[in-house]
Design a protein around this ligand. Structure first.
Ligand code: SF4
Length: 224
């Protein structure tokens, strides 16, 4: 039998809402949420806005994996801008911040503010994100960013559910295998790729080879 996030309960959107805008960071994280929200009868729209992801090749792969799963379940998805220059402008001075630090707060704030704007403009009263399901992330930091973004519009609520509970974390791995999702090796930005590769080198592991000249150029331009 399939082990869902919770086999007993269905998801219920706050405030009795039936529509939900889900910010998706990637298919492996969003998959178990999408699956159970769909099964719970929630009128779900997936919003892909992740200008943090580098290089473009990696961004397109992660985006296509989202679209593939959404289409399989017949769920609408929105392909938002890849305004990468805007992301870099905001990350200036934070290039060497560690993961879960100030650069990540900026990154969550940027993505959630854009999601909140779309929600406001399209009549959604609740939005949330799959980002918090990953054990590598600080859920409190993510929830704070989400709540902050929702405060931009008086009608809007950020849903701060703990997606890891009731087997959510385990379902993430099982579903990724079942659907053969692309498994990314780093969080997303060029700096997380740099730091992951540095760790790999120190630990005798093979470095992640993206093979994009744009990435190499950006890395040489950064203040390392
Ligand atoms: S490490 Fe991840 S969350 Fe942090 S800034 Fe980079 S992409 Fe964004």
């Amino acid at each position: 039998m399939k082990a869902n996030i919770s086999s007993q309960e269905t998801f219920t959107v706050p405030h009795g809402e039936t529509r939900l805008l889900l910010h998706s960071c990637c298919a492996p994280c969003a998959g178990p949420l999408i699956e159970k929200m769909h099964e719970s009868g929630i009128a779900l729209t997936i919003f892909f806005y992740n200008p943090n992801i580098h290089p473009l090749k990696e961004y397109n792969i992660r985006k296509q994996e989202n679209i593939r799963y959404a289409e399989k379940l017949g769920i609408p998805s929105v392909d938002a801008d890849y305004d990468v220059q805007n992301w870099f402008a905001r990350a200036k001075g934070m290039e060497n911040a560690p993961e879960r630090g100030v650069r990540c707060t900026m990154c969550f704030d940027m993505r959630f503010l854009r999601t909140a704007l779309y929600a406001h403009e399209h009549g959604f009263r609740v939005f949330t994100s799959s980002l918090g399901i990953s054990r590598w992330k600080n859920m409190e930091q993510i929830n704070e960013s989400g709540v902050r973004a929702a405060q931009a519009y008086c009608e809007l609520t950020y849903w701060t559910y703990n997606w890891r509970k009731d087997g959510g974390g385990a379902r993430m791995y099982d579903l990724a295998k079942e659907e053969a999702f692309y498994a990314q090796q780093y969080c997303g930005c060029i700096y997380s790729l740099r730091d992951t590769n540095a760790w790999r080198e120190q630990n005798g592991r093979e470095k992640i080879a993206i093979g994009e000249t744009w990435y190499e150029q950006k890395l040489s331009e950064s203040t390392l």
